[in-house]
Design a protein around this ligand. Structure first.
Ligand SMILES: [Zn+2]
Length: 78
């Protein structure tokens, strides 16, 4: 048989469990957001370096760090 005090305790326990999961969920979301913020600047810097500094040389099929590929200076294709 249900008594009023048992129902109240059931409600209290459900409330505490619900609050606990909300807290864990919130902390996880905060952690993921801070991780994303930490990774984002590094990735952005890497992609900027790739687009600014690296060029593709079709003659020797490699990426060169300068505007001119080394093969142009060495003259092996001329
Ligand atoms: Zn080259």
């Amino acid at each position: 048989m249900f008594s009023l005090s048992k129902l109240i305790w059931l409600g209290v326990i459900l409330f505490v469990v619900w609050k606990f999961f909300r807290f864990v969920e919130k902390r996880q979301a905060l952690k993921e957001r801070s991780d994303a913020n930490n990774e984002k600047p590094a990735n952005k810097q890497d992609s900027d370096n790739d687009t600014l500094d690296a060029i593709y040389c079709s003659r020797c099929a490699t990426f060169a760090a300068d505007e001119r590929c080394e093969c142009a200076d060495s003259g092996i294709f001329d």
